[in-house]
Design a protein around this ligand. Sequence first.
Ligand code: NAD
Length: 339
Amino acid sequence: MKILVTGGLGFIGSHTVVELQNEGFEVVVVDNLSNSSLDVLDGIEAITDKRPIFEEFDLREKPKVESFFQKYQDIAGVIHFAASKAVGESVEKPLLYYENNLGVLVYILQELKKKQRANFIFSSSCTVYGQADQMPITEESPVKPAESPYGNTKQVGEEIIKDSCKVNPQLKAIALRYFNPIGAHASGKIGELPIGVPQNLVPFITQTGMGLREQLSVFGDDYPTEDGTCIRDYIHVVDLAKAHVAALQRLLKDKNEANYEVFNLGTGKGSSVLEVIRSFERVSGQKLNYKIVDRRPGDVVQAYADTTKANKVLGWKAISTLDEAMESAWEWEKNVRTR
Ligand SMILES: NC(=O)c1ccc[n+]([C@@H]2O[C@H](COP(=O)([O-])OP(=O)(O)OC[C@H]3O[C@@H](n4cnc5c(N)ncnc54)[C@H](O)[C@@H]3O)[C@@H](O)[C@H]2O)c1
């Protein structure tokens, strides 16, 4: 079966392409390389012995999206990763984010509307919960007003899909709300490669470990948590990738209970920033240069998932530990810098 993976050369997309190919799916990747590179295709091929079909274009170009679906009429499912994801940049350039994250989504759904039957998986985020009132966070926790245009694109994106599912019974969709994806493939051949200064904690840590960054800033140690630093649910990207295959199988096998479903994807365990640093120090055998600085506006104190629904309904569970994820991130960083 042929599956379209948009943004399939990015961090989460590339790991998902590997898992899809491992399960025998034929993958077509669309990516404009705005936050990735062609080398990723070599990495995927080296791991799976198979090169996915690759179409390089910008999904914001509606006519190209139309021609793509004309060319590949046998697409059985779409996993839509392509988006812009830097929270800070989204505040500076809101229209870029609305165009790329919502305009593109609409174009794809318009094409899927033309089909007899369509299966669609959407990359959402735990950011939709904001600072949830209760931990762990279930799918029933209320969606809070978005703190950034990026966060808003995930909330509105979910609404757009939900509304489309209401009127198009042939469209079946699942929104996956990721917690904090980290790590890299065990082969060390694909991983996270942020362009410029990393926005996320783990690549910043590994780059600091390599000496590419002088020092990590920890934003606040006076939060109401055990060690005073913020708590997140860090999930190994390979576990996350496997959840996409489980979600896709659910749709392809008509096992979904509603046309539109939502799942949290996390480990169910929260780790503080200092715990992540300690984990890095354990697996790398070196001390990390960091300092505590003031809190950063917009950071929630803690967010970790109740994963019961995904565990029971998708039959999927995150299995990797924080140390395993950190070790893979560190191996990847070392590989990238020495190749
Ligand atoms: N990484 C995270 O922490 C995280 C957390 C929650 C949700 N998400 C969501 O998951 C998805 C994937 O995230 P990621 O971390 O793999 O990001 P990424 O930037 O590594 O991957 C996105 C890919 O999409 C491509 N792309 C972007 N706009 C495009 C366009 N207009 N046309 C074609 N290709 C385009 C980029 O070149 C890149 O390869 C995104 O939707 C993101 O918002 C990520």
